[in-house]
Design a protein. Structure first.
Length: 275
């Protein structure tokens, strides 16, 4: 999960659930128990079904990646048990295996998703749910969050549903400057639609990148719906969107080419949110 949340005292770390065969689930549980022991009450573990990469990379990480998604509910069940020290189901082949270090600490598990499936899984297990709003500019967010809340099964740790969204946002002192730093993202997404995966270009390279009139219109449309502008405008739009979706937390990711622009954006928005 990402950079600015309702509280900055917690640390958000995500792990792609599709990459979790049994031994990896155990390894992740142990790693996060170590982190939680170092910083009690500050570690969140986000897991999702998607690999977060292309098919070739997914296969390199897990040769069973093509079918691993079907095992995600079972993997999540096991990860929950191992990370919290709870027992696995009767007759489970690894019931006697324990994650170390032992102790009363456990990371808070979140389900990450960009579809109805993740919302249903989070609701079934009684876990917090974060929608990847930045994947597709929020399309499907309202439906997924409604499904999550309507089907939520209370759990011991989470008696009520708890939701968040992660958005892409960039703030700058002026709208023109924000647009300048948005264009590399627009070009990168355009190339994705062309079926080409490229690194984020520099603003200078993005400004000179050849595009058709239709492609420019697509970039402009994406910028219009993006949270991109002056700090007050971006923060106001984010507050309204969170209220409309009824979420409890907001996380922001700013994947900008210019590191200074990225840091400045986080600082500007943090000030707007009083963080």
């Amino acid at each position: 999960m990402a950079a600015i949340a309702a509280t900055t005292s917690r640390i958000r770390i995500g792990s792609a659930g599709i990459m979790l065969p049994h031994y990896s689930a155990l390894k992740v549980a142990e790693q996060f128990r170590v982190l939680e022991a170092i910083a009690p009450g500050r570690i969140d573990l986000g897991v999702g079904r998607a690999p977060g990469s292309d098919g070739r990379t997914a296969f390199a990480l897990n040769p069973n990646a093509a079918t691993a998604a079907d095992q995600f509910p079972a993997m999540l069940r096991d990860l929950q048990a191992w990370s919290s020290g709870a027992p696995l189901p009767e007759n489970h082949p690894f019931r006697m295996v324990r994650a170390v270090p032992a102790g009363p600490y456990a990371p808070e598990i979140w389900v990450l998703g960009s579809s109805d499936y993740g919302a249903q899984i989070a609701a079934y297990f009684g876990l917090p749910y974060c929608y990847a709003y930045f994947f597709n500019d929020g399309q499907g967010a309202a439906r997924a969050l409604d499904i999550y809340r309507d089907n939520y099964r209370p759990s011991a740790l989470n008696p009520k549903p708890h939701s968040a969204i992660t958005v892409w946002a960039l703030a700058a002192e002026t709208q023109a400057e924000a647009n300048y730093h948005y264009r590399p993202r627009g070009i990168q997404r355009l190339m994705y639609y062309r079926g080409q995966f490229i690194a984020t270009p520099s603003p200078e390279a993005a400004a000179e990148f050849p595009v058709t009139e239709a492609e420019q219109a697509r970039i402009d449309q994406g910028r219009a719906v993006a949270f991109c502008g002056t700090p007050g405008d971006v923060a106001d739009r984010l507050r309204k969107e969170c209220a409309a979706l009824g979420v409890d937390e907001l996380a922001i990711v700013t994947s900008a080419y210019d590191v200074a622009a990225r840091r400045n954006s986080y600082a500007l928005l943090a000030a707007e949110f009083g963080l």
